[in-house]
Ligand binder design. Structure first.
Ligand code: GLN
Length: 215
């Protein structure tokens, strides 16, 4: 073979350290997340069946319609394997509807789905005039060495995090004090969509955490 030992060595090392990030692909804007991951040089894998989670070191639960996603998660037996993935220390990013799936409590009746993030969320909390809006906000823990970073966020019929329980921490709020992101270890729920503004910070965080979890 015409490959120098050092080049071959690099290929092997790369294969070992590069995480594969799963993106729940039952409904919603999963394609944008896959594109975002690919733009960062990371393999994003569509997850529809429990077997798709094999070899995955991190997971995105995208935005969409949480009622439809909840039904499909149950129908396709994905609830248990996603919880098991979290238990193994893999990071999980839930955006918008995805954050609703992570919450331990959903205001006004709905049963929680994954219960991995100790927060209460209220669906469609931003009312008619503000159904969609874009803003910049400061998010804790995304910058170098866990520093805060200002990011560009789009809200689309977004939920609000109305309560943060003792196991989680609020990591981003709007100017009026409403909580729009919370974290519990490697579980991060955000009410907004970073994938459609070209904001890479949140996905970089996920990849870094997945790489750390692999190590
Ligand atoms: N309003 C949707 C829900 O409650 C979430 C919207 C979104 O993910 N952009 O499921």
């Amino acid at each position: 073979m015409n490959v120098s030992p050092s080049a071959a060595g690099n290929t092997v090392a790369k294969r070992h350290i590069a995480p594969i990030i799963g993106v729940l692909a039952v409904q919603g804007d999963f394609a944008e997340h896959i594109r975002m991951l690919e733009s960062l040089g990371v393999e994003g894998r569509e997850v529809r069946l429990p077997a798709d989670l094999d070899g995955v070191s991190g997971l995105v639960l995208p935005g969409g319609e949480s009622t439809a996603m909840r039904k499909l998660l149950h129908r396709w037996d994905l609830v248990k394997p996603i919880k098991a993935l979290a238990k193994r220390g893999a990071p999980i990013l839930g955006t918008c509807a995805g954050a609703i799936l992570l919450a331990t409590k959903i205001a006004d009746g709905d049963e929680p789905v994954l219960s991995l993030l100790d927060v209460e969320v209220r669906r469609n909390a931003f009312g008619r005039q503000l159904e969609s809006f874009e803003t910049s906000l400061v998010m804790e823990g995304l910058g170098n060495e866990g520093r805060s970073r200002t990011i560009q966020a789009v809200f689309i019929r977004a939920p609000e995090i109305v309560k943060v329980g003792p196991s989680a921490r609020a990591v981003a709020t709007l100017e009026d004090g409403r909580i729009v992101a919370a974290r519990q270890g490697r579980i991060l729920g955000i009410a907004f969509h970073p994938e459609i503004t070209g904001e890479t910070g949140v996905h970089r965080w996920l990849v870094a955490e997945a790489t750390a979890a692999l190590g």
